[in-house]
Ligand binder design. Structure first.
Ligand code: NAP
Length: 279
C-alpha cells in the first residue's frame, strides 16, 4: 500500500509521524532517539507539550542527519500577536536546537482567552508564519483542529493556503465535513490520536476486524488512516509499540470494513468541538 505523503513543493513527509504529546523530560529524549533509530523520520511536537528541548536532545543523540528528519511544532494557545508568534517560533527553534522546522501549525483555532477575537488572532499568526516561511525559519505552514469555518476565515486575508490540517481522526471519530472540505482545498490531513490515545486497544469491534486480517488493532487503525489518505501521527513510549507502529503491514482493508470503522461512534473517544473547548 502506498505510504508516501508529499506536501506542496514536492516535500516528502515521513509516514507515520512520531507523536510526543504527554512524553516529558528525559523520557521524550529517549523515545525520540529510539524512534529515529528504529526508522521514523517525522517527529511531531508543540510548544504546549513543554518537551521541545528534550525532543531536540533525542534528535541529536539519534545520529540521524537533521536534513533527513521532518520536524513539526505548533504555536500554542497563549500566542496572540504577530510578535508573539515570531518570539514563540524562535523559542521553539532554540529549544529544538535547529535553525528551522519543517512544519509549523497554529495549534488551536480559538483558545478561550481569545474567543472573541479568534479571526484577528489567526490572521496575525498566519501573517507571521508566512513571513517566517519567507525567511526560511519554517518550510511549510499549516493549522490544527481547524473546522471549515476557521479555514474560510483565515483565507480572507491569507496569501498562502495551509499545507496541512492536523485533526483528531481514528475509527469512530471521523469528521467527514472537515475531511471533505480539506480534500477539496488540497489541504493534507494529518490524523492525530490515530489509536484514540490508546482506547483502540480496548475496542472489541476493532479487535474483530483485526482478527480477520491477522493484524493488531493498532495496525487496523493506522491502515484505516492510510486508506483515507490521512497521515497518522502515532505516539508510543514503550519500545515494542515504537517498533510495532512502523510495521503498518500490507493490510488492504475492504470497503465494507472501512465503512464499518468510519461508522463506529465514539469507539476511540471523540474530538472536542473547538468552539466548545473550555480552555
Ligand atoms: P495515540 O497515538 O492515538 O495513542 C497512543 C497510546 O497508544 C499510548 O498509550 C501508547 O502506549 C499506545 N500505543 C501505541 N502504539 C501501540 C500499539 N502498537 N499497540 C497498543 N497500544 C499502542 O495518542 P496521542 O498521543 O493522543 O496522539 C498521537 C500524537 O498526535 C500526539 O502524541 C501528538 O504528537 C499529536 N496530537 C496532536 C494534537 C493537536 O491538538 N494537534 C492533539 C493530540 C495529539 P505507550 O505510550 O505506553 O507505548
Amino acid at each position: 500500500m502506498e505510504k508516501k505523503f508529499v506536501l506542496p513543493g514536492g516535500i516528502n513527509i515521513g509516514c507515520p509521524g512520531f507523536g510526543t504529546w504527554r512524553i516529558t523530560g528525559e523520557a521524550a529524549a529517549t523515545s525520540v532517539e529510539l524512534a529515529l533509530r528504529a526508522g521514523y523520520r517525522h517527529i511531531d511536537t508543540a510548544a504546549a507539550y513543554e518537551n521541545e528541548e528534550f525532543v531536540g536532545h533525542g534528535i541529536k543523540r539519534s545520529g540521524v542527519a537533521r536534513e533527513d528528519i521532518f520536524i513539526t511544532t505548533k504555536l500554542c494557545n497563549r500566542v496572540r500577536t504577530y510578535d508573539d508568534a515570531v518570539e514563540e517560533l524562535e523559542g521553539s527553534l532554540g529549544q529544538l536546537g535547529t535553525d528551522h522546522v519543517d512544519l509549523c501549525l497554529i495549534h488551536w483555532p480559538n483558545p478561550l482567552k481569545f474567543r472573541s477575537c479568534w479571526k484577528e488572532r489567526n490572521a496575525e499568526l498566519w501573517r507571521a508564519l508566512e513571513d517566517m516561511q519567507k525567511k526560511g525559519m519554517v518550510v511549510s505552514i499549516g493549522v490544527s483542529n481547524f473546522c471549515p469555518r476557521h479555514i474560510e476565515a483565515l483565507l480572507e486575508s491569507a496569501e498562502a493556503i495551509p499545507a496541512v490540517n492536523q485533526i483528531r481522526l481514528c475509527p469512530g471519530d471521523y469528521d467527514k465535513e472537515t475531511v471533505d472540505y480539506c480534500i477539496s482545498r488540497g489541504i493534507m490531513l494529518e490524523a492525530y490520536s490515530p489509536l484514540g490515545s490508546g482506547k483502540a486497544a480496548e475496542s472489541e469491534r476493532i479487535a474483530e476486524i483485526a482478527a480477520k486480517y491477522g493484524g493488531s488493532s493498532a495496525q487496523i487503525c493506522l491502515n484505516w488512516c492510510i486508506a483515507h489518505g490521512f497521515l497518522p501521527i502515532v505516539k508510543a513510549e514503550r519500545s515494542e509499540h515504537i517498533r510495532a507502529n512502523l510495521e503498518i503491514g500490507d493490510i488492504e482493508l475492504s470497503g465494507e470494513d472501512i465503512a464499518a470503522l468510519d461508522g463506529m461512534t465514539g469507539e476511540c473517544g471523540l474530538h472536542v468541538n473547538p468552539d466548545e473547548k473550555p480552555f
